[in-house]
Design a protein around this ligand. Structure first.
Ligand SMILES: Cc1cc2nc3c(=O)[nH]c(=O)nc-3n(C[C@H](O)[C@H](O)[C@H](O)COP(=O)(O)OP(=O)(O)OC[C@H]3O[C@@H](n4cnc5c(N)ncnc54)[C@H](O)[C@@H]3O)c2cc1C
Length: 247
């Protein structure tokens, strides 16, 4: 089995498949070394876990063609596969672009600082469907950032209905939890701009952390129903997201 794309979706998928189905060999292909954005300790832990699970990693390669029974790499090499899992990135479903909203190259709605479409300010965009600029660049899709965008948009609409201006949205990342099969994981704690900190728990501690995070949207939703104000607490990124003129 070929997993094409060595980002987090490719890593987690390759590990899960290799653990569940040890018989077929799993080959993970990608431009970058798996976990390249993490600190060296986390990267080597992740690589050792993939090795232990029997995942063959080929980094620094470019897939140029998907064939019925293989993938072709730049340079002409074919890697034979019974199944190919394509994990090279996400795109937004077409209706936003088709409706004439300004979108970026992935179809994400380009927003202003208050999460309003730059072309249609009456439209708010949130989650993976929005291209939201922060001090460190455009936010990438995560539920740690997606949930605050939803809350912020709701609060903004409420403010506008009460005749006030919406506030700028600010968000800083805090972690990248990566599962490595059911029994192993690595959690990379990050600075608000998503660069790695030194702390990176591994093993059972990381598994418990990751499972708690993955299960958190429902409890978060339940807590917000009981205590709506709790929805407004998320890391705002401090100096990493502060721009001149912010409140
Ligand atoms: C394998 C994987 C692992 C991940 N792990 C993590 C993690 O550990 N931590 C983390 O923070 N983030 C993680 N993420 C990212 C996280 O899942 C997303 O950022 C988050 O789900 C985005 O939420 P969303 O509501 O914007 O979009 P989605 O959750 O993608 O929801 C969009 C919904 O819109 C529906 N839809 C699309 N088009 C249409 C249409 N035309 N009409 C009607 N409905 C439509 C879709 O079916 C879907 O239900 C992971 C993502 C992947 C793929």
């Amino acid at each position: 089995m070929v997993v094409a794309g060595s980002g987090l979706t490719g890593i987690e998928s390759a590990a899960e498949i290799a653990e569940r189905h040890p018989r077929p060999s799993v080959v993970l292909l990608g431009r970058a070394e798996p976990g390249a954005a993490m600190n060296p300790q986390a990267t080597s832990y992740l690589r050792a876990a993939l090795d232990r699970l029997g995942v063959q990693v080929r980094a620094g390669v470019e897939v140029v063609k998907v064939l019925p029974d293989a993938v072709e790499l730049a340079g002409g090499e074919n890697i034979v596969a019974d199944a190919i899992l394509w994990t090279s990135g996400t795109r937004v479903s077409p209706p936003a672009a088709a409706a004439g909203l300004a979108v970026d190259e992935r179809g994400r709605i380009v927003t202003d600082a208050a999460l309003r479409s730059v072309s249609h300010p009456e439209v708010y965009a949130i989650g993976d469907a929005a291209a939201i600029r922060q001090g460190y660049g455009i936010m990438h899709g995560t539920c740690q950032g997606g949930m605050p965008t939803g809350v912020h948009a709701a609060l903004s609409i409420d403010r506008v209905l009460r005749g006030k201006q919406p506030k700028p949205f600010r968000f800083g990342y805090y972690h990248t939890p990566v599962s490595l099969g059911r029994g192993d994981a690595v959690v990379q704690f990050t600075r608000p701009d998503d660069s790695p900190r030194r702390i990176c728990p591994t093993g059972r501690t990381a598994v418990r952390y990751k499972e708690t995070v993955t299960a958190s949207p429902w409890p978060t939703y339940g807590r917000m129903k009981k205590v709506p104000a709790s929805g407004a607490f998320w890391p705002r990124g401090g100096r990493f997201t502060r721009v001149r003129g912010d409140e």
